[in-house]
Write a protein of this length. Structure first.
Length: 90
């Protein structure tokens, strides 16, 4: 297997890195972890104002739809319960 094939198959490379990390002492493993966290944080992209407004509106719409669904189901189960067992009030 050539070097380019090893690089293309992420599993082999990740396994080799994990093997090397397991052989290190605990302090170097912590340093490696912090380095990897910093590298991942550098990849984070802050959304634009337009994207943020769109995401917020989608979340609010989804929550409202789910609230409506739960309310409808609550009313339906309440009606079925009263139909089956009758009214216990009065």
């Amino acid at each position: 297997m050539s070097t380019s094939e090893v690089e293309e198959s992420g599993g082999v490379v990740e396994r080799a890195q994990a093997d090397r990390a397991a052989k290190r002492n605990w302090f170097s493993r912590i340093v490696l972890f912090i380095q990897q966290v910093i590298a991942e944080l550098k990849k984070v992209v802050t959304p634009t104002r337009k994207e943020l407004v769109n995401f917020t509106l989608v979340v609010i719409a989804f929550v409202l739809i789910m609230m409506g669904l739960v309310w409808v189901l609550d009313q339906a189960f309440g009606f079925v319960t009263v139909f089956i067992f009758g009214s216990t009030l009065g």
